[in-house]
Design a protein around this ligand. Sequence first.
Ligand SMILES: Cc1cc2nc3c(=O)[nH]c(=O)nc-3n(C[C@H](O)[C@H](O)[C@H](O)COP(=O)(O)O)c2cc1C
Length: 350
Amino acid sequence: MPSDLKKIISDGCLAPSGENCQPWKFVVKENAISVYNLPDADRSLYNSKQKGTYVAHGALIENMALSAAQNGYEANVELFPAANEPDLVAVLTLKKTAPRSEALYPFLEKRCTNRKDFTGAKLTDDQKIALIAAAADAGAGELRLVDDEAALKKLGDALAINEKVIFENKALHDFFYGHILWKEHEQDKAGGFYVKTLEFLPHQLKGVELFKNWSVLNIMNKLVGASKMIVNENAAKYAKSGTLGAIVMAGDAPKDFVKAGRAVQRAWLAAAKLGLSMHPCTGVVFFNEQVKDGGAANFSAPHLALIAAAYGEIAAAFGAGNQTIPMLWRIGFADPPTARSMRMPPNIAN
Ligand SMILES: Cc1cc2nc3c(=O)[nH]c(=O)nc-3n(C[C@H](O)[C@H](O)[C@H](O)COP(=O)(O)O)c2cc1C
């Protein structure tokens, strides 16, 4: 395989994905790269109908398109080209052309998730304009920003419903713990969160280690309100971010999520260019998709009520109405992350 094509694929794989599950594989035939979804990479309650995974694929495709242009190819992208092959997310057909310098390209490697506490400082108007314009260039989805302190306080409480569900719902708890990688080298073989990228404070890490045991967590929830304490800490952290941003889009078909993923990636790369930190906080919005798609039975009645109320707050704050929110981040200023997530070697067949 030509080294250019290999480079375009490996640049693509720098894209973010839920739990860093890297749900993709590639087939290369002459000048065409087929991008396949691996639906078993994330079967969690966060990934109803593969919607989160499709956002990740959009980010992957955006990276590949930027890399193609930078390396002297025009990439024609066809989404879901074969009705009988739902896992074939895209075919990129490459035509040789003059290399084009892409302003966002140098930031493919620099972009990352930063889960540290942010300073709370606000973005400047120029920074806001640059992020919104970068997302708009993808041609699908719109970036909306909220930085009013009263709204952030409400949104902090709403977003932290994610942690309440994780620490009170066995399926979510088991999924979360099943995806923590405790050693850096484990990232060579499996997707998942390398624990140092989760930026737990020392007392939080002790709790996370202890609560791996569901029975212990249950007892601690009853005795000392452990989940409540976790929720309160996270709500405060989210509220103190300075700015929250969401991509809002019409539709909720697979193609819509992939296209929105391209906007997600462009905004995230532009943030990296501006030296801004980003941390997705998408639990509640993807729980909402799960419920919408008929998965209400996966949650308790009290959690369903909390998810509905929290999503209502989020949709109102971002003016989403009955549109879809495929991504929501904390955006702001922070020290660099303690550790960076790694990628497995790409799975490429001819
Ligand atoms: C659709 C989507 C949803 C995500 N949601 C969350 C989230 O709710 N919380 C979080 O900490 N990270 C979230 N992430 C970030 C991923 O965990 C992260 O991209 C992955 O671990 C790779 O790390 P990197 O972004 O530093 O390359 C999300 C990423 C994607 C693509």
